[in-house]
Design a protein around this ligand. Structure first.
Ligand SMILES: Cc1cc2nc3c(=O)[nH]c(=O)nc-3n(C[C@H](O)[C@H](O)[C@H](O)COP(=O)(O)OP(=O)(O)OC[C@H]3O[C@@H](n4cnc5c(N)ncnc54)[C@H](O)[C@@H]3O)c2cc1C
Length: 396
């Protein structure tokens, strides 16, 4: 106990001394992409200082640029960062998905080459999984990779590739053997996006934004040294990466729990503003009960995340059980956004214009994007299938 308190005091002192003013409170969090400008010198300085300390990837081993912190130390670091309102210095698929996967499946050379660039925020990654004919049934993917000696020649198409237009590298699953059962002919490769054979076309949404893209491969190249795991055994690697992705979405990331407990924060205030207030309470008893139930569910979920995080002292991400957290967390996010919108009535249906406040416009957009979390990383139905088969062991 004394040791952890000592660590807390040192951490607090270091943060107070090293977190620049411009990295306090909300603002830009770099993804590592070399194609996205870091807007303020303080954001860059904060990233550099945290990377130097190993704290952009606090739990990764020190030899790959991480901080080597154990679970308790990691939680303390996050708590202290919240205390001084220090912004997260770096995020993205490098840290949350491909990095942990390389720690488990990458060879030493791959770890040395890729992980150090991820922790320093020098590379942005995207995920090449889904294809026009392979979403939930991902193993039906058809993008072909031919063995050409020192490299694979890749032809085919991916879709819904989030952030592909800004990514420097992609991790992708490709078909390397079409003549065996579908799960057995897939390999997991890494490839640079800036090459002749890769074309990215942003998908324009009705909102005008393009959060994801179509990615086309016409004789694109992935070097043999960037095959992760064994040839034709990529399905195992791909599934593990999805567990890391779902674990992040389900709030099981480092230091798990806590933050999600504040999901219902502000809901009562919104209700008082739009429904009315009587003696300090929300005027409508039904709405009051609904919000209390939601806040209890959010708090219980946060505590469960925390308990699982603490029980899991080995620091290893859960396996198939990550689907439970992904499913429950997605539903909470969706229901919370829905409730906020209902409370606001027509004021929660604005898209633009002076008739709506920024909070109201934010609620509309929040409601729309809350639908996405029930889809990406595997839909709710797919999570329920995994829980039924792999966690509960129910028959097909
Ligand atoms: C915001 C966002 C970002 C994304 N980013 C990426 C990315 O970066 N990289 C990437 O590779 N992909 C990405 N995706 C794609 C995402 O992984 C797929 O959309 C998802 O896996 C579902 O596939 P699909 O869209 O083809 O739907 P389908 O697989 O066609 O599913 C359609 C419907 O049928 C249901 N269904 C399908 N199969 C079953 C079954 N066996 N049992 C019960 N129900 C079933 C599904 O639940 C769904 O409701 C993203 C998606 C979104 C929304």
């Amino acid at each position: 106990m004394a040791e952890i308190e000592e660590f807390r005091a040192e951490t607090r002192a270091w943060l107070e001394e090293n977190c620049p003013k411009g990295a306090i409170g909300p603002g830009q969090v770099p993804s590592g992409s070399t194609k996205v400008k870091i807007e303020s010198p303080d954001t860059q300085l904060w990233l550099d200082r945290m990377a130097e300390k190993g704290w952009t990837a606090p739990a990764w081993p020190k030899e790959y640029g991480g901080g080597g912190l154990n679970g308790a130390e990691h939680r303390v670091l996050l708590e202290e960062m919240r205390e001084v309102r220090a912004r997260t210095p770096l995020m993205g698929m490098g840290l949350s998905m491909i990095g942990p996967t390389l720690l488990e499946f990458g060879n030493e050379e791959q770890r040395q080459r890729h992980l150090s660039r991820i922790v320093r925020g020098e590379v942005g990654w995207c995920q090449g999984y889904s294809e026009p004919g392979a979403g939930s049934d991902l193993a039906s993917l058809r993008t072909r990779a031919e063995d050409k000696g020192d490299h694979f020649l890749i032809n085919g198409q991916k879709i819904w590739t989030s952030g592909a237009q800004f990514a420097d590298w992609m991790f992708a699953i490709v078909r390397t053997d079409p003549d065996v059962p579908k799960h057995e002919g897939i390999s997991f490769v890494l490839l640079p996006m800036d090459q002749e054979g890769v074309t990215v076309k942003p998908i324009r949404l009705i909102s005008g934004t393009s959060p994801f893209c179509e990615t086309f491969f016409d004789d694109a190249i992935a070097k043999k040294e960037d095959l992760v795991g064994e040839l034709n055994k990529g399905w195992t690697v791909a599934k593990r990466l999805l567990q890391f992705e779902r674990s992040g979405q389900g709030g099981l990331g480092a230091g798990g729990g806590g933050r999600r407990g504040r999901r219902g924060a502000g809901m009562a205030e919104v209700a008082k503003e739009y429904i009315g207030e009587e003696s300090g309470k929300i005027a409508d008893a039904d709405v009051r009960a609904k919000i209390i139930r939601y806040n209890i569910d959010s708090a219980a979920f946060a505590l469960t995340q925390r308990r699982v995080g603490e029980e899991n002292r080995s620091g290893k991400t859960l396996g198939e059980a990550t689907s439970i957290f992904k499913l429950y967390g997605s539903n909470l996010a969706r229901d919370g956004a829905e409730m906020r919108l209902e409370l606001m009535g027509v004021q929660g249906l604005g898209w633009e214009g002076d008739a709506f406040s920024s909070q109201q416009l934010g609620a509309t957009r929040g409601w729309l994007s809350s639908r996405a979390i029930t889809i990406y990383g595997g839909t709710n139905e797919i999570q329920m299938n995994i829980i039924a088969k792999r966690v509960l062991g129910l028959p097909d």
